[in-house]
Design a protein around this ligand. Structure first.
Ligand SMILES: Nc1nc2c(c(=O)[nH]1)N(C=O)[C@@H](CNc1ccc(C(=O)N[C@@H](CCC(=O)O)C(=O)O)cc1)CN2
Ligand SMILES: Nc1nc2c(ncn2[C@@H]2O[C@H](COP(=O)(O)OP(=O)(O)OP(=O)(O)O)[C@@H](O)[C@H]2O)c(=O)[nH]1
Ligand SMILES: [Mg+2]
Length: 458
């Protein structure tokens, strides 16, 4: 990875900001000092574009200056420093969404003084220009990768500065406390012998930090989601339940055991949690080669699953080897599973054993309690209040925990009546960690690590 991306701040950069594919429009983003003139020189109206005020759109033809060939008839968005996303001069090209067309335009830009933007480089520049703090910059990528409306809403809140505000509030309180300590260090003669540190206030800040850190489990859940697999013996009704959950006729259902030969995957939104759900080949001892491979692949899916819905055909009942399998899974706790008693609509259905959820994939009876249980099982213990921000960055969580640990040291220091200057070091450590979250204090390595995770063009 490019580790000196920050030192190339003045380069002209360009990237496609939309997916490469056939579409109504495609957006190519460019940024850097002089980029307006550089793009203008590639059009049929260079003078007018070079004089174009910021925040305006102009229609133009893009031409290859060497051959005079027209590459596209497009709209050009002009932004003038510092009033742009990056804080630099910037130009956006709204072209026709043609794959070869877009590729030709990018190639022209790369021959004309632009280089390909690194992942996240536009947002990195916005951060370096002081347009956004690091939590908002991270939120930009979190918005792009959100998979449910809920995840998207939480990320939008972070872009709006919900995490930045909260972290700065904690930091300001600590800076106040630090100021009190500094005063005491400056005027030791006025020392009362009593350290003017409000332990209660410090504890309160520490709890707030830990609560925000703990919100990561919820943030991660809404962002990354969970994997749920349907398992059970052949004919239990896995594919029927899969179709019922997806509300579409996706998997083949038949009364022939072994209908599903390989796993099938789909996506669902379970109360805002993005779910990847797998229907698998039914489990049974078999000598048949093809099915044996299907079962091997079922094993792989089950291992990777966060939660397994284990289906039993309630008409047939539990097989002996099945009871053993469930007992073992229960004892080891892995993979976590919910036992489901299917075909409850059938008059011949046996009463469900203790702990089983009776359902019918056919009539959908019993689905509600089952789905509630699924959501309950995948939701982390920590449920945050609706208004409080939820973080989705491991980096931010680690720094919050580091700040909280430093405050614990402060508390210990006060209790053990350590010298004030020693205690102040831990307060400073906490302030420093919070400053790293917002990017107030940071290093090139940290920035590289953060922006590497971005899309190109963001
Ligand atoms: N065409 C386009 N759409 C976009 C973006 C973009 O960069 N370009 N965005 C990118 O993610 C998002 C919007 N975010 C943006 C943030 C700041 C500025 C900007 O130019 N800010 C200037 C001027 C503000 C103004 O004129 O009112 C500034 O902050 O000074 C633009 C978009 C989503 N939609
Ligand atoms: N009465 C009743 N029949 C069901 C129900 N669910 C599934 N079936 C029937 O059971 C048979 C097997 O269903 P599938 O969904 O294909 O079962 P499976 O577990 O995917 O089977 P394999 O892919 O072979 O492992 C089909 O004939 C379904 O119509 C149910 O809730 N009630
Ligand atoms: Mg099946």
């Amino acid at each position: 990875m490019n580790s000196n991306i920050i030192s190339q701040e003045n380069d002209l950069i360009a990237a496609l900001a939309t997916p490469l594919g056939s579409s109504a429009l495609a957006v190519i983003r460019t940024s850097g000092p002089g980029c307006i003139e550089a793009v203008a020189a590639l059009t049929d109206r260079p003078a007018s574009l070079a004089r174009c005020p910021g925040g305006r759109l102009r229609r133009a033809q893009l031409r290859d200056p060497e051959t005079g060939r027209v590459l596209d008839d497009l709209m050009v968005g002009v932004f003038r420093a510092p009033r742009s996303y990056t804080g630099e001069d910037a130009v956006e090209l709204f072209c026709h969404g043609s794959v070869p067309g877009v590729q030709e335009i990018l190639a022209l830009l790369f021959r004309s003084g632009f280089r390909r933007a690194e992942p996240g480089e536009f947002t990195l520049r916005a951060f370096l220009a002081g347009k956004v703090d690091l939590t908002r910059a991270e939120a930009v990528q979190e918005i792009v990768s959100a998979r449910t409306a809920r995840g998207h809403g939480l990320a939008l809140g972070r872009l709006g500065g919900s995490v930045e505000a909260e972290v700065n509030r904690f930091k300001d309180e600590l800076v106040q406390i630090m100021a009190g300590i500094a005063l005491q260090l400056d005027y030791p003669e006025e020392e009362t012998g009593q350290i003017p540190l409000d332990r209660q206030a410090l504890r309160h800040i520490r709890e707030g930090l830990l609560q925000l850190a703990a919100s990561y489990s919820a943030g991660k859940l809404y962002q990354e989601g969970v994997v749920i697999a349907l398992a059970g013996r052949t004919n239990a009704g896995k594919s029927s339940l899969f179709n019922a959950l997806l509300k579409e006729d996706r998997a083949i259902v038949s009364d022939i055991p072994g209908t599903t030969r390989d796993y099938i995957e789909s996506s669902l939104d379970f109360g805002g949690i993005p779910v990847r759900i797998f229907d698998t080949a039914g489990l049974r001892e078999t000598g048949e080669i093809l099915e044996g491979e299907g079962i091997r692949r079922t094993g792989q899916v089950l291992e990777a699953a966060d939660l397994v819905l284990y289906l039993v055909d309630g008409v047939r009942g539990l097989a002996e080897e099945e009871e053993d399998r469930l007992d073992r899974a229960k004892a080891s706790g892995s993979p976590p599973f919910i036992p489901v008693w299917n075909k409850a609509d059938d008059r011949a259905c046996l009463p469900p054993p203790e702990g089983f959820f009776p359902v019918s994939a056919r009539t959908l009876q019993g689905m509600e309690p089952l789905l509630e249980e699924v959501v309950r099982r995948v939701t982390p213990e920590h449920r945050c209040q609706e208004e409080s921000p939820v973080i989705d960055s491991l980096r931010q969580r680690d720094l919050l925990e580091r700040a909280a640990a430093a405050l614990q040291e402060v508390d210990r220091g006060i209790q053990e009546e350590m010298p004030v200057d020693a205690i102040s070091l831990d307060v400073q450590e906490a302030i420093h960690a919070l400053g790293e979250i917002t990017g107030e204090v940071t290093s090139a390595d940290i920035l590289d690590a953060v922006f590497q995770q971005f899309c190109v063009g963001k």
